[in-house]
Design a binder for this molecule. Sequence first.
Ligand SMILES: [Zn+2]
Length: 417
Amino acid sequence: MKLFLVLACVGLAALGQTGYPTKFSPAVAERADVKRALGFIDAHFEEQVAEWIKITEIPAPSGQEQARAAYVKAEFEKAGLQATVDASGNVEARRKGTGGGPTVVFAAHMDTVFPAGTNVKVRREGERLYAPGVGDNSTSVANLLQVIRAMRDADMKTRGDIVFLATVQEEVGLKGMYAWLERNRGMADLLVGMDGALGPVNYGALGIYWSKMKFTGPGAHTNRSRGVPNPVLAAARCISEIYTVPLPDKAEEVSAVYNVGGMMSAGNVVNAVPQEVAFTVDLRTVDKQLLATLDDAIVSKCDAAARAQKVEFAREWIQKSEAGGRPEQLAGARRHPIVQTAVDVQRYLGVKILAGNEAIASGSTDANVGVVNGIPSVSVGRGYGGDNHTLREWSDVESARIGTKQIVLLAAALTEP
Ligand SMILES: [Zn+2]
């Protein structure tokens, strides 16, 4: 059955120059309704940039996206869609197709990594916008809204339905998307995450485990501290032990990395052994097996250090995004037309991508959730920019036009049967 389905997909999609099946050809962009939609984006680009600035200036730390979500919902509705906000805070609207095509979800996260109170005023200097969160991911949110308007203005017809989704809490473990998919099992046939820079299309998922390692003991005044089980010593020994856990060579196609103690906490006074000491571990790889093995090894080191020091140890999860698999395990995913279609659309729009680097079996966006749930998924860029997750973050204005047109072309191509 599975083999039949794969063959059916390949049969329906033309084989691109690369030998991978694709649903895009220049004829898609030449369709009268698609051309009108692309024309709308050009004609209204300055308004789009103004809205992009407006969105950036609505603070939206992870978990506090409500104001930005309210804006997005109102704009979905003004553009003629019925929008809802789910229990997580995700904003969602469905655009009906004429029937017979797959349902495609386009998702852009609304949250930023910047805490409440961060100055998010946008400064424009020539062809660049500067502000925390201006690129990641306000660009995509603005792109998404403009795609909806362009498709409406052009009366663009698609066979499959499109679900437009603005998610919450992407930056803290893709939580909004995990919850959305859980609530809407079976709804998405294809998933496109709108995040990151234009360039290689991501069709995999980088596994990311964030843990808090907590050591606890009875504590004691310094005067009475000799021989008292000490969580500081356990944590210190554990950290040096973790750094002996071997990793694959950096140069290998699939590697892994951990960072221990990005955040640490211990006591509050000089003259006592603290009762609790904690540090974080950030562990990452696309290899599911390796992720589990490394995680086990790290936890064992903590267990052993706690036992040796006679203190308690507990691991608390901060976030857990699962790995998609090694490239060879994702060979089937690479052959799904969604990947080459996205590559071909970018090429058509003039995006420069190094040969051999068109599609990557990694990713750390909302699309990861689709990948680990077996839904054909990619993430595609919003434009160009840099210094993401810093106060110096900037975006190139003009490239958002390409990022937006890309979504229109993907909507036209991917909703076809
Ligand atoms: Zn992002």
